[in-house]
Design a protein around this ligand. Structure first.
Ligand code: TMP
Length: 210
């Protein structure tokens, strides 16, 4: 049996990732390709979820407890890692709404050093493909709901975008024009995801290395 494929969506807040991860998961299941959706942070994860949710909704400043929060976001991924690996081994595709790339880029933007930001990710599964939702910070700042959570500030989002560009040369990094309509973006996502599923399931899964 071929393994499942691990597809990650990354990008700024309000870039359309959540809508598109849901649409892709529904589509893949509708054509008989078993797929689960995993959101990061997973606020329902019992150990780290409540603390992360409390920070996002109630922190007085973005940089509050930045090192501790960084480790909590990473721990949230580690608590979900076994489940993701089991699903992939059983032939189920996993679509993730954010992953380590948000973990590193958001914390770097708060001033956490690069080595500290990257090290808790070592050993986690590397996705087969990352769909990077490319949109300007100024555009997301105008979208509905922006500003509800502590990190939704236009200048901070611009810094996150700059820090995320460090991954642009990775072979798994695939930019998506997220300024288009929901249906146009979905069509584009479908094509890229189906191609990834056709090719990646034959390749071994890899992990983040030091
Ligand atoms: P969400 O809006 O996609 O639920 O994400 C909540 C916020 O958490 C968002 O501003 C990005 C941020 N974040 C981190 O700072 N570190 C992480 O590791 C992850 C996954 C998200």
């Amino acid at each position: 049996m071929p393994r499942g494929v691990f597809i990650v969506f990354e990008g700024l807040d309000r870039s359309g990732k959540t809508t598109q991860t849901e649409k892709l998961t529904d589509y893949l299941n509708s054509i008989g390709k078993k797929t689960i959706l995993q959101r990061f942070p997973d606020r329902a994860e019992p150990v780290t979820g409540p603390a992360i949710n409390n920070y996002l909704l109630n922190a007085k400043s973005i940089g509050e407890q930045k090192e501790g929060m960084h480790l909590l976001f990473a721990a949230n991924r580690w608590f979900l890692a076994e489940g993701i690996e089991a699903a992939l081994a059983a032939g189920t595709n996993v679509v993730a709404d954010r992953y380590s790339f948000s973990g590193v880029s958001y914390s770097l933007s708060k001033g956490v050093p690069q080595a500290f930001a990257a090290s808790p990710e070592i050993g986690l599964l590397r996705p087969d493909i990352v769909l990077f939702f490319d949109v300007d910070a100024a555009t997301v700042a105008q979208r509905g709901g922006f500003g509800d959570e502590v990190m939704e500030k236009a200048e901070f989002q611009a810094l996150v975008k700059q820090n995320m560009s460090q991954f642009a040369d990775k072979d798994f990094w695939t930019p998506i024009d997220a300024n288009k309509t929901i249906d146009e973006v979905h069509e584009n996502v479908k094509i890229i995801a189906e191609k990834a599923i056709a090719t990646a399931s034959e390749l071994p899964l890899r992990r983040f290395e030091p």
